[in-house]
Write a protein that binds this ligand. Structure first.
Ligand code: RNT
Ligand code: ZN
Length: 444
């Protein structure tokens, strides 16, 4: 990058924005306080480290076979460090329960302990990162029936209730250690391919399971709970137990966070519009920024209208401590680290553009009922030189501006990823192999 040119471009942009009543320095100061929670599972196609060669299950599909996926916690951390070095701003990492350091004999999921995640906490302390956490209620024989917390089988419910209780304990431990509340998010795959006869049966079970899970209270300085709904999944096309309405009702009644995944609603439904509708009634919101192409396909986030609209609503809400922004997609057809970087930078650009809107002028037009000015101001704002402000942000944060990160990724691919031996990840999943104690499945 030509630094002289970048500086001149920023000086001009700053003046142009000032003419619109926007202080670019203010916008950058604000942006610097907004962390994105990067999803660890993009690094290894939602496999996890319970055993080599695990696949996600639960209707989640990862396509592509780009070489170099992380095969161990160490490799995943190396990849994350590379990604973080190319994304400006404060960082959080979103872990799933299957990413612990389990040793040669992993515990079953109902016996997870904070110790399994101590290594991540130490690493996070060293790198100045904060962590979030997710229960993993899929990719396990106890989820093979298509139900977990809502299962009619008591033993299955028991197993998953215990799993989620362990995960909340781990989350509280993480939050305490890192002195930053660790958001614990819960998504379950429960649902049916064909229409069930009794829809309320499963929802009753789910409500009771959640009530039992949340009996243990943790300080919100340590962990907060969020519940993630879904519209449909592969294998749950006709009925999803944890629908948006179900969790919205539950979250309002029990004061939990609602997690809005951009791929989990009807394609023409605006998730952005939900922000101001839900926020007054719950402690906070979580977002899974994603991109569904024709379905909940979890494509890499790009700066599209939807991301822009959600970013604008988050900025309007000014509820930074109540809005947790995470990424959720998985693409194995591209360099996985590059996929993290492109998506995170797109989300940050959306937030920056939202912070750079001529807010005072727009608010005035709205209050005066001047619909044309409101429309025109938004349209013209699209042509303002936010790219120069973005480059400035990257440079001041010590991260490559513009497209310079592409060569950094290429270098890492040549030096590190190409050397990873794919064959090393061929063993069977201990939990899907015959070694799993099938007696547990039969208990009623
Ligand atoms: C699934 C949900 C969920 C998962 C992750 C891996 O549809 O979006 O958030 O993507 O937990
Ligand atoms: Zn999600």
């Amino acid at each position: 990058m030509n630094f002289d040119l970048a500086e001149k471009a920023y000086a001009v942009a700053r003046e142009q924005y000032a003419l619109q009543g926007v202080d670019t320095e203010d916008a950058l100061r604000k942006l610097k306080t907004i962390p994105l929670s990067l999803h660890c599972w993009q690094g290894d196609d939602v496999g996890g480290f319970e055993s080599p060669g695990s696949a996600p299950g639960g209707g989640l599909a990862v396509t592509g076979n780009c070489p170099g996926k992380a095969r161990s916690v160490e490799e995943l951390r190396d990849d994350l460090e590379t990604a973080f070095s190319l994304i400006p701003g404060p960082h959080r990492l979103n872990l799933h329960a299957i990413y612990g350091e389990f040793g040669p004999t992993p515990p079953d999921r109902d016996a997870l302990e904070p110790n399994h995640f101590r290594g991540w906490v130490e690493w996070a302390k060293e790198k100045g990162l904060k962590l979030d956490f997710n229960s993993t209620c899929f990719g396990h024989p106890m989820a093979n029936s298509g139900f977990t917390l809502s299962s009619p089988a008591k033993a299955v419910r028991r197993f998953w209730i215990d799993h989620v209780r362990c995960c909340r304990k781990v989350s509280a431990f993480i939050g305490r250690e890192l002195k930053s509340p660790c958001l614990h998010n819960l998504w379950i795959p429960d649902g049916t391919k064909e229409a069930p006869f009794d829809r309320s049966l499963y929802r009753r079970h789910l409500r009771e399971s959640l009530d039992e899970i949340f009996e243990t209270e943790y300080s919100p300085t340590q962990t907060k709970d969020s519940l993630e709904s879904k519209l449909f999944g592969i294998g749950s096309e006709s009925y999803v137990v944890g629908s948006h309405e179900f969790y919205l009702g539950y979250a309002v009644a029990r004061q939990k966070h609602v997690c809005l995944d951009l791929g989990h609603f009807h394609p023409t439904e605006s998730v952005a519009d939900k922000v101001s509708a839900i926020l007054p009634f719950v402690p906070g919101l979580a977002f899974h920024l994603s991109r569904g192409l024709r379905w909940d396909s979890d494509h890499v986030v790009i700066l599209n209208d939807e991301i822009q609209a959600v970013a604008e609503e988050i900025v309007r809400a000014e509820a930074w401590d109540r809005c947790h922004i995470a990424l959720d997609y998985f693409d194995a057809s591209l360099n996985r680290i590059g996929a993290w970087v492109v998506g995170a930078r797109a989300a940050l650009k959306g937030l920056l553009r939202a912070l750079l809107l001529p807010a005072a002028k727009l608010a005035k037009a709205e209050l005066e009922g001047d619909g044309l000015a409101r429309l025109a101001l938004r349209e013209e704002a699209k042509a303002l030189p936010y790219g120069a402000v973005w480059d400035r942000y990257c440079l001041t944060m010590g991260v490559p501006p513009g497209d310079e990160f592409i060569s950094e990724i290429a270098r890492y691919e040549a030096e590190v990823l190409r050397g990873r031996n794919e064959d090393a990840k061929t063993a069977t999943n201990v939990f899907t192999s015959k070694a799993y104690d099938s007696g547990r499945l039969k208990e009623k």
